[in-house]
Design a protein around this ligand. Structure first.
Ligand code: NAD
Length: 257
């Protein structure tokens, strides 16, 4: 991993931050992308303080804006001359509502960020990796990318799409030494999931969290650091032949009936 160049989207918090930290620990240089400028700068400063040898470029971008994605890719190439890995992670949950009650503008926003944002990342990073004849991409799907989730139809649609795009990228670009995979996290305790528990039980989100954890075979929610370790494997040379897969990291929950 030493001196490899890794782009991480949604890097300011949650899974993106945990992966940035893990990749920096292994010696990679980082291009940290997020639309929350203040949190992004704080996250980059925290990581720089821990790992003074790595170089960090921050780029403020909304991944649902194609020009902004083109810009983060250009900035990465200008500074580092190459891109070894893309962690296509930025995403939102949207609101929880039944199909007929879902606000259409929020539906479109979820698709714009979770589906189009991942697509734009692929569209602009793949040509750089193709020229290098090397690359590793990890797209973030969800257990909602392999199963239905009550009251989250746009999220489920967008994450199934991420899994599909992952298969296509693997098929079309494998011949250029590019391996593309998706991960499908279950409930990992990040700010996004904390917000979901608030929606389920506004008066007592902790009770909603405990109730949810009871259904997991491990009786616990996941830790962002565990997800970061899986990402670090898939996005590195350690991964020599895994491609086109959507790998669940959920304590085994998605196998339950
Ligand atoms: P989070 O809300 O804790 O962090 C997401 C980060 O992405 C934030 O820093 C936010 O500012 C950034 N972001 C959101 N939309 C963006 C955009 N349009 N452009 C740029 N940055 C943007 O969320 P998280 O839990 O870390 O989730 C990260 C990814 O993992 C998402 O794609 C999410 O769907 C997926 N996921 C998370 C879980 C989980 O349990 N936490 C489970 C399955 C999938």
């Amino acid at each position: 991993m030493k001196n490899k160049v890794m782009i991480i989207t949604g890097a300011a918090m949650g899974l993106g931050y945990a992966a940035s930290e893990e990749l920096a620990k292994k010696g990679a240089h980082l291009v940290m992308v997020d639309y929350n400028e203040e949190s992004l700068n704080k996250a980059a400063a925290d990581i720089q303080k821990q790992f003074s040898d790595v170089e960090i470029l921050t780029v403020v971008a909304d991944v649902s804006n194609e020009k902004a994605v083109e810009n983060y890719v250009n900035k990465a190439v200008e500074k580092f001359g190459r891109i070894d890995g893309l962690y296509n992670n930025a995403g939102i949950e949207g609101k929880q509502a039944s199909i007929t009650e879902y606000d259409v503008s929020i539906f479109k926003k979820v698709i714009d960020i979770n589906l189009m944002g991942v697509y734009y990342g692929l569209r602009y990073v793949l040509p750089v990796m193709q020229k290098q004849n090397y690359g590793r991409i990890v797209n973030v799907a969800s257990v909602g990318g392999i199963r239905g989730v009550l009251n989250q139809m746009p999220y489920v649609a967008s994450k199934h799409a991420v899994s599909g795009m992952t298969k296509n990228a693997a098929l079309e670009y494998g011949k250029y030494g590019i391996l593309t995979n998706a991960i499908a996290p279950g409930a990992i305790l990040t700010p996004m999931v904390a917000e979901a528990f608030k929606q389920v039980n506004p008066d007592n989100p902790k009770a909603a969290e405990e109730q949810y954890a009871k259904h997991n075979p491990t009786r616990a929610l996941g830790n962002p650091k565990d997800v970061a370790k899986l990402v670090a494997f898939l996005i590195s040379d350690e991964n020599g032949y895994v491609s086109g897969q959507t790998i669940a990291i959920d304590g085994g929950e998605s196998n339950m009936y």
